[in-house]
Ligand binder design. Sequence first.
Ligand SMILES: [Zn+2]
Ligand SMILES: [Zn+2]
Length: 432
Amino acid sequence: MTASHQILLYYLYAPIADPEGFAEAQRELCGRLGLLGRIIVASEGINGTLSGEAGAAAEYMAAMREDPRFAGIVFKTDPAEAHAFPRLSVKVRPELVTLGLTGAEDVDPRSLTGERLSPRAFLEAMSDPGAVVLDGRNRYEWELGRFKGAVCPDVDHFRDLPKWLAENLEGAKERRILTYCTGGIRCEKLSGLLVKEGFKSVAQLDGGIVSYGKDPEVRGRDFEGRCYVFDERVAVPVNSANPTVVSRCRRCGGPSERYVNCALRRCNAQIFLCAACESGAGRYCDDGCRHADDPAYLERLPHGEGFRFVDALLKLEPGNWGVASYRVTGREPFLPGHFPGDPIVPGVVLAEAVAQLAGVVAQSDPEVPPVEQLLLAGLGRVKISGAARPGDTLRIEAKVTGRMGGLVQADGSVEIDGVRLCSATVSLGGAR
Ligand SMILES: [Zn+2]
Ligand SMILES: [Zn+2]
């Protein structure tokens, strides 16, 4: 069977004098060939992943190799039945991979990088018990699969890695370090950085996990789980020699390689969830997301348009705790008059948002019948430390701390992008 499409993964560190012009030429070339995917262009080279019809992919590879700057480029190819990307994006960036190193800190992989090991040599090197196998990827990647016994840095971004290494790998400078990543590009910089930092013996898996899985001799041996990829496939198999599953179902903790997105659209987190858990409790991270996806809870808010400061629930533990968002539109009736020229949301409105969410949380309690017209009745310990403006999205949190009849007590806070603007203790009261 021959597949109609191909997926390409490639990079090359090679100086590009005019990144903007080169990016434009790439857009034209890909557009003409009907290729989709993502390309990063920098003055230090190119990094790309594309999908397209097999003939078009072949034409692209030929066109790139014709350019003397990219004659040595290596393309990793996978057959596919269709495109793996929804669109084409070609961007110019200061770095091919964002390590955040500037000036003298930066590493040029063409002059400083770890020893390149073939899949075969990497497999052999891993058998040395003194070696440190270092995963150069992010948590969401290695959670899906990694080399047996690898050290996996707890980072969400590649740029956080230098700090993690300084804090956690300092004592391993005399040991052999074996780095790996998806296709090899991150290791070019990472291994160079380690050499620069004084690690005595640094090597990298040439071509990354992808090449390691395709190597006819090693066939992905000792890679546990699957490889995370940045296209619609999400997870690809690597190991056909001694495959295992390492990822765990978010709910029951059993082995599962089912990678899905949380059904709560505003969460959309990628999670492992086994089929049994999904059919039992829905395709959600947890019950907090499941309850937050039920519009009935918000509908019980008595507040009308213009005085409602909870748009959407993000997490809800009925009767106990909740998180919600509110986007300041600038059209709120109280805004323009308050501070002409610089409309800010008054602190009391932030406390009101906490109270409204507290009301939603309290009213969702399955054990307690709903209260009519549950409204803010009192404020205590209010701390305001910032202002919100039109365009901001508030993150509101509230925890019910006490209930008695039609009275509700709650603690809560409001944040924007992780910065706290307000905390408050609120009391609500309504008719029983
Ligand atoms: Zn499960
Ligand atoms: Zn979720």
